[in-house]
Design a protein around this ligand. Sequence first.
Ligand SMILES: C[S@@+](CC[C@H](N)C(=O)[O-])C[C@H]1O[C@@H](n2cnc3c(N)ncnc32)[C@H](O)[C@@H]1O
Length: 428
Amino acid sequence: MARIIKAAKCLSYDPDFAMSLFETKSNILITCGRGISPYLAMELKKTGFTVTSEHPYGVETEGTMCDAMTLNLAVRTGQRVLYRITSQKARTPKEFYHVLRDLPWEEYIDPNEYLTVTSVVDTQSIRDSRFANLKAKDAIVDRLFAEMGRRPDSGPERRGATVHCYWKGDRCDIYIDTSGEPLSKRGYRVASVEAPLQESLATALIMASGWSDGEHFVNPMCGSGTFAIEAALMALDRAPGLLRNSFGFMHIKGFRKSAWKSMRNSWNRRSKISAGIRIIATDIDETAVAAARENAEAAGMESFIEFAVAPFQETTIPVGRCLIMINPEYGKRLGNQHELEEVYRRMGDFLKQRCAGNRAAIFTGNLHLAKNIGLKTSRRLTFYNGGIECRLLCYDLYEGGGKKRPPSANREVPSSFHRSSEDKVNRE
Ligand SMILES: C[S@@+](CC[C@H](N)C(=O)[O-])C[C@H]1O[C@@H](n2cnc3c(N)ncnc32)[C@H](O)[C@@H]1O
């Protein structure tokens, strides 16, 4: 049984901390959206974690539940931080039940906690992940009743202890979901507009664009402000997890509020006071700008972002190096194709005429519309937004009719970044 690997002390400042999962090392899987793992791996390395493997939907490392707490605070591009309890053989639902029934849940979960089980299954013996959820939930509840004389309440809301099962072929991995709600739910989205970007995807796109220190960030068509808010959080080095009050690890035995408070305080002290750059967000729709302002306020970022109601062509372009980041409507979910062709043409003109000497990145799910921009891309990267295959189109906006390169930013992109297959052959 490949259970917990080895013990390590991680909270030396809390001597009362009981020996628990919070100080026991195991495999940690941080899941993410398709195409995002190179950026997630880069984040982990920056935070001091060793990446032990990288998959299309996640990145693995090793650590204690304390390390999982750090990851929940720090990670911008991930979705869930899963701490592995065990990895075992399970060929049938009965074997699966017994794997779970034999685990010492009484050491991990108080029966007074609310319990949620989630599963991903890819095995011959069952097709429906809901059946796996039920089997796993029964096994945990039966174990707790046998050991503690009480059954926890259970259901789908991830507001208590959350257990995740990944059953592929004849192997199942059982995890504590230390995040509970996905990390992309930062807690600042108090107002929304149609088609907002998911926060973790927005951050990955900003990272992929190579936005660097000292570059102003300009976001026409800001919608609910996701790009601008994520950019401000990044520029100020503010950990996104500081915005949230609830995580799955808070419902696992051994969690100490005092340790969490110290950890939050030390991350709070890291935040910069000012990024020394301008972050500008505009939209033609005043309801969108009002929503973006409200969200920025909830994130504590409103004083770092300059908002304005304006058509994209009238957005202020500050003096100095700028990244212009745009997520226009792309017809599959919003907007009318013919009108949008014209919008994309005008967007190209705006970039050529008003933004020369800078860099731009346009995120769209419609390559046909993108052809209307009429500029040569420097890079085209593939991402997925709600199941739609999209591109991040990056442009170096040369000055003086294409001769002079924009002042080059100190770009940091993962070495394994994913170029689209058309990268070489289908440049505009
Ligand atoms: C796909 S949404 C952007 C969503 C945004 N990324 C978010 O996370 O909420 C596109 C936005 O472009 C705005 N828009 C459309 N045409 C515009 C124009 N001509 N000038 C400025 N904004 C425009 C819309 O009002 C809408 O808010």
